[in-house]
Design a protein around this ligand. Structure first.
Ligand SMILES: Cc1ncc(C[n+]2csc(CCOP(=O)(O)OP(=O)(O)O)c2C)c(N)n1
Ligand code: SF4
Ligand SMILES: [Mg+2]
Length: 312
């Protein structure tokens, strides 16, 4: 239940609860993988019994950034690469809120890469969904950090000379405590993974493969996919860091060799979240910071006043 929830009781939710009654309706192109993320997120929120006032979805800029326009909850359509700092602030101020940050591969692995790395390192208790279509979709198909080597686009007409970034490995190495990959073509797995990611205490990173039939026609449509947790061909312990790391490395190589591997790669239930650690060392109160705003008797400490005092 959020600090401001008027409902606060466990209720059964319907997916339609998260569909805005009025316009806008999605403007994504027919066949776009982004529809799959929206569907999975609605399904996950309904399964968790959340109501719209108990959730906040922050997004960056891109086709992916439109997500919160079509999802009925608190939302913040931020600027390019900045969906994570806003999500972190919302969660720190109001820990009862379920906070989901979302954005594209260009958004999160490119311009916002710094925020991604440090949010993972600090293990903020939020879920981060990256729509990975391996290009910049909204701006008409330029090469992105996850585009495969040799990928031809308007910005790289002779093919990209760069090796693609490894999102799963990067996330693990930066410090994320839950790392998974799913695909828009796999809606049931996607919904289940988002449920787990939201329930996880700490930073959950979901790399979500979303096909872009308009600008990335050369890319595979991420079918057929293999669920590594269900397949006998891939045995590893997702709580073991080095086994998870090897599985991620293999997955990232396989994608560009034509095999789409998905599933849960790393889960660390023991590591305290940033919020828990801050409370443990006494730097964060138990009561939500956001409630102070409504507390008329609270005496605000202003950084500026402290600064002046120090220099008197
Ligand atoms: C600071 C800044 N730089 C560049 C842009 C232009 N821009 C808008 S969307 C985008 C790329 C989006 O790609 P991605 O994050 O992968 O999202 P997608 O559209 O593929 O979902 C860019 C470069 C911008 N809006 N702001
Ligand atoms: S341009 Fe690509 S990513 Fe954007 S809405 Fe169309 S299909 Fe989806
Ligand atoms: Mg993209």
């Amino acid at each position: 239940m959020s600090a401001f929830s008027a409902i606060g009781e466990e209720t059964e939710q319907d997916q339609n609860e998260f569909t805005p009654g009025l316009e806008p309706q999605p403007t994504w192109c027919p066949g776009c993988g982004d529809f799959g993320v929206l569907k999975a997120l609605k399904g996950a929120a309904a399964e968790l019994g959340l109501s719209p006032d108990e959730m906040m979805v922050t997004t960056g800029i891109g086709c992916s950034g439109k997500l919160n326009s079509y999802f009925n909850s608190y939302g913040f359509h931020t600027i390019h690469g900045r969906s994570l700092p806003i999500a972190r602030a919302a969660k720190l101020a109001n820990p009862g809120l379920t906070v989901v940050a979302a954005g594209g591969d260009g958004d999160g692995y490119g311009i916002g890469g710094n925020h991604f790395m440090h949010t993972a390192r600090e293990n903020h208790d939020i879920t981060y969904i990256v729509f990975n279509n391996e290009i910049f979709g909204l701006t008409k198909g330029q090469t992105s950090p996850t585009s495969p080597m040799g990928h031809k686009s308007k910005t790289q007409p002779h093919g990209s000379a760069k090796t693609p970034l490894r999102p799963l490995s990067m996330s693990l190495n930066a410090g994320a405590s839950y790392v998974a990959r799913t695909a828009a073509v796999n809606p049931n797995q996607a919904k289940d993974i988002i449920v787990e990611a939201i329930q996880h205490d700490g930073f959950s990173h979901v790399d979500f493969l979303t096909q872009c039939p308009t600008w990335n026609k050369d890319a595979r449509q991420y079918v057929p996919y293999i669920d590594i947790n269900d397949s006998d061909d891939y045995e590893f312990d997702k709580t073991n860091r080095s086994e998870a790391s090897e599985m991620m490395f293999e997955t990232e190589n396989a994608l560009h060799e034509g095999t789409v591997l998905t599933g849960r790669y790393y889960v660390d239930e023991d590591r305290p979240s940033y919020q828990q650690e801050k409370q443990r060392i006494g730097e964060m109160p138990e009561e939500p910071l956001a409630e102070r705003y409504f507390d008329d008797s609270y005496e605000w400490e202003r950084t500026f006043d402290n600064f002046l005092d120090k220099h008197k």
